[in-house]
Design a protein. Structure first.
Length: 157
Protein backbone atom coordinates (compact mmCIF):
# COMPACT_ATOMS: atom_id res chain seq x y z
CA UNK A 1 0.00 0.00 0.00
CA UNK A 2 2.85 2.35 0.71
CA UNK A 3 4.06 2.01 -2.89
CA UNK A 4 0.74 3.30 -4.13
CA UNK A 5 0.80 6.12 -1.62
CA UNK A 6 4.33 7.10 -2.67
CA UNK A 7 3.28 7.11 -6.33
CA UNK A 8 0.26 9.30 -5.57
CA UNK A 9 2.43 11.72 -3.57
CA UNK A 10 4.98 11.91 -6.41
CA UNK A 11 2.20 12.56 -8.92
CA UNK A 12 0.70 15.27 -6.71
CA UNK A 13 4.12 16.93 -6.43
CA UNK A 14 4.54 16.96 -10.23
CA UNK A 15 1.07 18.42 -10.74
CA UNK A 16 1.66 21.08 -8.07
CA UNK A 17 5.03 22.07 -9.56
CA UNK A 18 3.48 22.31 -13.03
CA UNK A 19 0.65 24.53 -11.70
CA UNK A 20 3.15 26.85 -10.02
CA UNK A 21 5.18 27.16 -13.23
CA UNK A 22 2.09 28.03 -15.25
CA UNK A 23 1.02 30.78 -12.90
CA UNK A 24 4.46 32.22 -12.28
CA UNK A 25 4.99 35.84 -13.37
CA UNK A 26 7.84 35.68 -15.95
CA UNK A 27 6.30 32.85 -17.98
CA UNK A 28 2.85 34.48 -18.14
CA UNK A 29 4.42 37.81 -19.10
CA UNK A 30 6.38 36.15 -21.91
CA UNK A 31 3.22 34.52 -23.27
CA UNK A 32 1.37 37.86 -23.18
CA UNK A 33 4.29 39.57 -24.92
CA UNK A 34 4.26 36.92 -27.67
CA UNK A 35 0.51 37.36 -28.16
CA UNK A 36 0.98 41.12 -28.57
CA UNK A 37 3.71 40.62 -31.20
CA UNK A 38 1.66 38.06 -33.10
CA UNK A 39 -1.36 40.36 -33.03
CA UNK A 40 0.70 43.32 -34.27
CA UNK A 41 2.22 41.19 -37.04
CA UNK A 42 -1.25 40.07 -38.14
CA UNK A 43 -2.48 43.67 -38.31
CA UNK A 44 0.54 44.70 -40.40
CA UNK A 45 0.13 41.74 -42.77
CA UNK A 46 -3.60 42.41 -43.23
CA UNK A 47 -2.83 46.06 -43.92
CA UNK A 48 -0.26 45.11 -46.56
CA UNK A 49 -2.67 42.64 -48.17
CA UNK A 50 -5.41 45.29 -48.30
CA UNK A 51 -2.99 47.78 -49.87
CA UNK A 52 -1.84 45.37 -52.58
CA UNK A 53 -5.37 44.16 -53.31
CA UNK A 54 -6.96 47.60 -53.59
CA UNK A 55 -4.20 49.70 -55.18
CA UNK A 56 -2.62 46.96 -57.37
CA UNK A 57 0.83 48.60 -57.41
CA UNK A 58 2.73 48.46 -60.70
CA UNK A 59 5.79 46.93 -59.02
CA UNK A 60 3.70 43.86 -58.16
CA UNK A 61 1.01 43.60 -60.85
CA UNK A 62 1.64 43.47 -64.59
CA UNK A 63 0.26 46.47 -66.43
CA UNK A 64 -2.12 46.27 -69.36
CA UNK A 65 0.02 45.66 -72.48
CA UNK A 66 -2.04 48.18 -74.46
CA UNK A 67 -1.06 50.94 -72.03
CA UNK A 68 2.62 50.17 -72.67
CA UNK A 69 2.30 50.47 -76.48
CA UNK A 70 2.63 53.69 -78.43
CA UNK A 71 -0.33 54.92 -80.48
CA UNK A 72 1.31 53.65 -83.68
CA UNK A 73 1.82 50.21 -82.13
CA UNK A 74 -1.80 50.16 -80.95
CA UNK A 75 -2.97 51.08 -84.45
CA UNK A 76 -0.83 48.33 -85.98
CA UNK A 77 -2.23 45.82 -83.49
CA UNK A 78 -5.78 46.89 -84.36
CA UNK A 79 -5.05 46.61 -88.10
CA UNK A 80 -3.73 43.09 -87.61
CA UNK A 81 -6.71 42.20 -85.40
CA UNK A 82 -9.13 43.43 -88.07
CA UNK A 83 -7.26 41.40 -90.68
CA UNK A 84 -7.41 38.24 -88.56
CA UNK A 85 -11.10 38.78 -87.86
CA UNK A 86 -11.82 39.30 -91.56
CA UNK A 87 -10.09 35.99 -92.36
CA UNK A 88 -12.23 34.18 -89.77
CA UNK A 89 -15.43 35.64 -91.20
CA UNK A 90 -14.30 34.82 -94.76
CA UNK A 91 -13.66 31.20 -93.74
CA UNK A 92 -17.13 31.06 -92.18
CA UNK A 93 -18.69 32.46 -95.38
CA UNK A 94 -16.79 29.90 -97.48
CA UNK A 95 -17.92 27.01 -95.26
CA UNK A 96 -21.55 28.11 -94.72
CA UNK A 97 -22.27 30.26 -97.80
CA UNK A 98 -23.73 32.99 -95.61
CA UNK A 99 -22.56 35.66 -93.22
CA UNK A 100 -22.41 34.83 -89.53
CA UNK A 101 -25.14 36.36 -87.40
CA UNK A 102 -22.48 37.54 -84.92
CA UNK A 103 -18.68 37.59 -84.85
CA UNK A 104 -18.66 34.86 -82.20
CA UNK A 105 -20.14 32.47 -84.79
CA UNK A 106 -16.97 32.81 -86.90
CA UNK A 107 -14.60 31.94 -84.03
CA UNK A 108 -12.50 33.99 -81.64
CA UNK A 109 -13.30 37.69 -81.54
CA UNK A 110 -10.52 40.26 -81.49
CA UNK A 111 -10.86 42.91 -78.80
CA UNK A 112 -12.41 46.19 -79.95
CA UNK A 113 -13.71 44.90 -83.31
CA UNK A 114 -17.26 45.70 -84.44
CA UNK A 115 -18.99 43.68 -87.16
CA UNK A 116 -21.28 45.34 -89.74
CA UNK A 117 -22.89 42.77 -92.05
CA UNK A 118 -23.75 43.98 -95.54
CA UNK A 119 -25.81 42.51 -98.37
CA UNK A 120 -25.01 39.06 -99.71
CA UNK A 121 -21.64 38.01 -98.37
CA UNK A 122 -20.13 41.48 -97.91
CA UNK A 123 -19.30 42.85 -94.51
CA UNK A 124 -17.23 45.54 -92.82
CA UNK A 125 -15.18 45.35 -89.65
CA UNK A 126 -14.57 48.51 -87.62
CA UNK A 127 -12.08 49.20 -84.85
CA UNK A 128 -10.87 52.39 -83.24
CA UNK A 129 -7.63 53.26 -81.50
CA UNK A 130 -6.80 56.59 -79.88
CA UNK A 131 -9.62 58.32 -81.75
CA UNK A 132 -8.66 56.86 -85.15
CA UNK A 133 -11.33 54.66 -86.73
CA UNK A 134 -10.11 51.82 -88.92
CA UNK A 135 -12.44 50.06 -91.38
CA UNK A 136 -11.76 46.85 -93.26
CA UNK A 137 -14.39 45.68 -95.73
CA UNK A 138 -14.60 42.15 -97.09
CA UNK A 139 -13.48 43.32 -100.54
CA UNK A 140 -10.58 45.55 -99.41
CA UNK A 141 -6.99 44.62 -100.21
CA UNK A 142 -5.35 43.11 -97.15
CA UNK A 143 -1.91 44.06 -98.49
CA UNK A 144 -2.84 47.76 -98.67
CA UNK A 145 -4.59 47.66 -95.29
CA UNK A 146 -1.59 46.03 -93.56
CA UNK A 147 1.09 48.09 -95.35
CA UNK A 148 1.64 50.52 -92.42
CA UNK A 149 2.29 47.57 -90.09
CA UNK A 150 4.92 45.87 -92.23
CA UNK A 151 3.01 42.57 -91.99
CA UNK A 152 2.66 40.58 -95.20
CA UNK A 153 -0.74 38.89 -95.58
CA UNK A 154 -1.21 35.39 -96.95
CA UNK A 155 -1.29 35.24 -100.75
CA UNK A 156 -4.91 34.01 -100.67
CA UNK A 157 -6.14 37.32 -99.22
Amino acid sequence: MSDKRELLDAFDQVVERDRKLRTSGPVVAAVRRNKVWIGALCVVLWGWLAYTWLSKPAWLFQQDPASLMSVAEQENAMRFGLYLQRERVAEYVTANRRLPAALEDAGDVEQGVTYLPGSGTTFTLVGSVAGVELRLASGDSAEEFLKPTGIKPNKGS
